[in-house]
Design a protein around this ligand. Sequence first.
Ligand code: NAP
Ligand code: MG
Length: 494
Amino acid sequence: MGELIPIHPDVEAFLKREQKLLIGGQWAAAASGATFETLNPATGQPLTVCAAGDAEDIDRAVQAAQRAFPAWAALMPNQRERLLHRFADLMEAHKTELAQLEVLDNGKPWNAAYNVEVHVAINQMRYYAGFPTKLTGETYAISSPDFHVYSVRQPLGVCGAITPWNYSLVMAAQKIGPALAAGNTLILKPAEQTPLTAIRLAELALEAGIPEGVFNVVTGFGETAGAALTQHHGVAKIAFTGSTEVGKRIVGASAGNLKHVSLELGGKSPLIIFDDADIHAASQAALWAIFANSGQNCVAGSRLYVQRSIYDTVQSALAAAACALKVGYGLDTSTQLGPLISQTQLDRVLGYIEAGKRDGAALIAGGSRIGGDLAGGYFMQPTIFADAADDSLIAAEEIFGPVLTMFAFDNEEEVVQRANASRFGLAAGVYTNNLSRAHRLARTLNAGVVWINTYDWFDPAVPFGGMGESGYGRELGRQVMEMYTELKSVWVKL
Ligand code: NAP
Ligand code: MG
């Protein structure tokens, strides 16, 4: 047992309140009066009660965001920047609380929440805070002397953001930053499992002086609040991160008014280790590629391909390392892996493990729920399968839990073909010391991001997104500003 982080008094006070929706700068219960409990997945116990917004609340939020839009869009860019920087400053000042809310609501380890994720979210907010003064159009060299033609970038209007529970703070910041920097107003519907950091962010945004109605939060369920947001004709764009299945539904729902849609969906990402690589570094990377955030990671390196001559060595190293990982309560500083998010998720993951065994794969580590002191939460052993058929369920489907499937391969051509034989295309990793091979694979792997001799790195400056059924559009980087603006061409007859 490591040191136990004491709960911050402001977090205790926050959890004692009944949580509300933020609509047009006012905190309000859901119009229907409905509420839901958010649980601590490490204990299965309720943390606090939240408002369950539905279509009526979404409609009120859209109206508030529409009213706020003209003034926010017309605000001088340097003033929008000041407000967004103040928002980032407040996130920084309250980073302990934000990290604790994330640990309690999601279960994740303190080190990941406090030392990594809060900083990632703040850095994203600062990166986008700088954008209002850097948005530009172009002038065009048209083939006629009689015109001056230029373009301007303009905000879309009211945007909707729908986020998942695995990195709720980071996912929220990643959407709030560019949406507001571009001059849009926003309604955020966080995942029902982890609504708390979104609510705290909304308080900080108000405190920062972001005008009422510019940033609204409607907590609630996907089938009601989420669906209403995607169908609403007053919404110009939906930025969605979540499952491929729901992503497809959102594309359908958005057709009514032809909303812009950007989709960051699931994956089944390959990590490939060649026998010329640094085997120790590669094995460590493979361990964290799958087990970080207990495998509940869209870019999880869930398919591991190891060249046959080093396969046994890597397999034993990984099995030993997986069994040695410390699974436990997030606020215990020695914890490396927290629980899964819910009983439903645990049951899903255990279902895949049964399918893997039934299909004849060899279980070489883990495979079970963890009982004992941890029996109240949704804890699972880090799990590794070997010898699965390429087309078996555990080899092809996104499990979204701490389950690795490893395969042996013989040569480069074969492994590229197997790695690319997936409906997803989010991320891929390659470990090799052969420079030409590294660049060759970077070119041929079907993935929105390829990591060479590393895995799972992000920076606000670097675009991120998927191919195939992992979604379309990109987040992060300067390109995302294009996803939150319209490009207008202007012709002037001289
Ligand atoms: P999910 O079920 O798709 O939920 C994501 C969000 O969509 C939640 O806020 C959810 O609300 C909402 N939602 C559900 N049904 C909806 C509907 N019909 N209309 C509108 N919104 C709806 O995904 P999840 O299980 O929370 O997250 C896991 C998935 O997200 C995995 O597949 C993972 O790969 C993916 N993911 C992708 C990325 C990426 O960047 N590519 C990052 C993280 C996660 P409720 O909370 O009420 O269900
Ligand atoms: Mg929760």
